[in-house]
Design a protein around this ligand. Structure first.
Ligand SMILES: C[S@@+](CC[C@H](N)C(=O)[O-])C[C@H]1O[C@@H](n2cnc3c(N)ncnc32)[C@H](O)[C@@H]1O
Length: 442
């Protein structure tokens, strides 16, 4: 039977090979290896820990390895990172156990017969020297973010940058939204606690819970009964800013996996219609399954490219949500590999975002609302796209909104949520009103 470290190694290697986040792979691998919840949690922590600290781990390993790290076989390098992460960050794993496991795996996997000896030597030296290690001064190395990203954050945050980088490497509690169409928050808390989950009400967001020790939460009865869904507080706030009301016609132009459609439908008491679109056919199935589980039949999934105009929708929706594809740099806490993305293709995003926004704005009724949102923190994908749009569409203006808690910018109609300030994902939302007679929904 495979252990937690072997599965973690496989997930890291799969991530390197696919150039993609191993989350899906990790969940499946944990299930198929039959890891119990304790080993599953250790395996997940190892994968997150290595991704969150890769640059820092490499910095220390490079100081101990005679061979440059880029010349090592990839499985050997990942084993060194896994071992180093356990030695430097995990008190509950004895160093000798981390070293022995890494050496055993290296014996099985490395083509170079000397690799196991090298892994042994490097990790034992690291264990001996760990109290004397001098941390790097460079923020990018210390918090394992690429230099370009540190500079982008510094341009916005100045001295606050380090706090954001540190927050990006924390482990947030899982944030769950209560499906108030299927029951109240207190009885859900009771039932989750009865199932062994640590469930607390969110400190400032109603009908929202912070969960820990969930194990595979999709197996919980309350999940299968559609009594909650997973969504960060910041994403919930974006729908709050949009303020959907019962009876409205709502379009969610970039909807999958459906969090904001579901939040809107719940706020509407499942009355009215939420047309939930996505460009990818396989994601329409996700929307269908999610809406069915939650019992939200006012959600109508539909395949539609947000960039191309659907004539019959012109001037038809009270509210249009444009939660556009973005660089995702606000959700590094949950997807630690996002920081390693090649920044070049990201430069094209503002154009795509602007195109989607310009097209779906045409679906807003006169007097209706357009909500632009991203889960990134780059000005060019956020305020920049909105400002370009407003320069072209003089019939739209930013509109103030209120949120629970203090969020700078709400009175001007644009808010950025920050992991280090608000404890949420990094997120941007702008509320725009189209000129015209507003239809009232109470
Ligand atoms: C940020 S995610 C949306 C998250 C979603 N609103 C939620 O709250 O769960 C962006 C989504 O846009 C979709 N997408 C990308 N390009 C699109 C396009 N041209 N038209 C419609 N959807 C698009 C992606 O497939 C992805 O599911």
């Amino acid at each position: 039977m495979m252990g937690a470290r072997t599965v973690a190694l496989q997930a890291l290697l799969a991530g390197e090979k696919q150039g993609a986040w191993p989350d899906g792979f990790l969940k499946k691998a944990i299930r198929s290896a039959g890891l119990d919840s304790r080993d599953g949690a250790l395996c997940t922590r190892l994968v997150f820990g290595v991704l969150q600290n890769r640059r820092l781990l490499d910095f220390y390993l490079a100081g101990l390895s005679k061979t440059p790290l880029e010349k090592l076989e990839l499985p050997v390098l990942e084993l060194l990172r896994l071992g180093a992460y356990q030695i430097l960050f995990l008190d509950r794993v004895p160093d000798h156990a981390a070293v022995n496991e890494a050496v055993g795996e290296a014996r099985k996997r490395a083509r170079n017969p000397r690799a196991a000896g090298m892994v042994n030597g490097i990790l034992r030296s690291l264990s001996r020297q760990k109290e004397e290690l001098v941390p790097p001064e460079d923020l990018g190395v210390g918090y394992s973010h690429p230099d370009w990203l540190v500079e982008a954050f510094r341009a916005r945050l100045g001295e606050e940058t380090e706090a954001l980088l540190a927050a990006n490497n924390t482990q947030p509690a899982t944030c769950a939204q209560v499906n108030t169409c299927k029951g109240d928050t207190l009885s859900l808390i009771d039932d989750l606690r009865g199932a062994g989950v640590t469930a607390e009400p969110h400190p400032w967001l109603s009908d929202c819970l912070l969960l820990e020790d969930t194990g595979d939460l999709e197996r919980l009865d309350a999940f299968q009964e559609g009594r909650f869904y997973i969504q960060d507080a910041a994403a919930r706030l974006a729908v709050w800013a949009a303020d959907p009301r019962p009876g409205m016609e709502v379009l969610d132009a970039c909807a999958a996996p459906g969090g904001k459609s579901f939040t809107a439908a719940i706020a509407m008491g499942n009355r009215g219609r939420v047309v939930s679109c996505d460009i990818h056919p396989h994601k329409i199935a996700l929307l269908q399954t999610g809406a069915a589980r939650l019992g939200l039949d006012c959600v109508v999934p539909q395949l539609q490219d947000g960039k191309s105009c659907k004539e019959e929708w012109l001037d038809s929706f009270d509210l249009v949500l444009a939660d556009v594809p973005c660089s995702g740099l606000g959700i590094i806490r949950k997807k630690p590999d996002i920081r390693y993305k090649d920044p070049k293709p990201l430069a094209r995003l503002p154009e795509i975002q602007g195109e989607i926004l310009a097209n779906v704005a045409r679906y807003v009724k006169p007097g209706g609302v357009l909500l632009y949102a991203t889960c990134t923190l780059l000005r060019e994908e956020n305020e920049g796209v909105v400002e370009d749009f407003l320069a072209k569409r003089k019939d739209f203006t930013l509109e103030p909104f209120s949120l629970p808690g203090r969020f700078a910018g709400a009175e001007e109609g644009m808010v950025t949520c920050w992991p280090h300030r608000h404890g949420t994902d990094g997120f941007f939302m702008a509320r725009l009103r189209r000129k015209g007679k507003e239809k009232r929904y109470d």
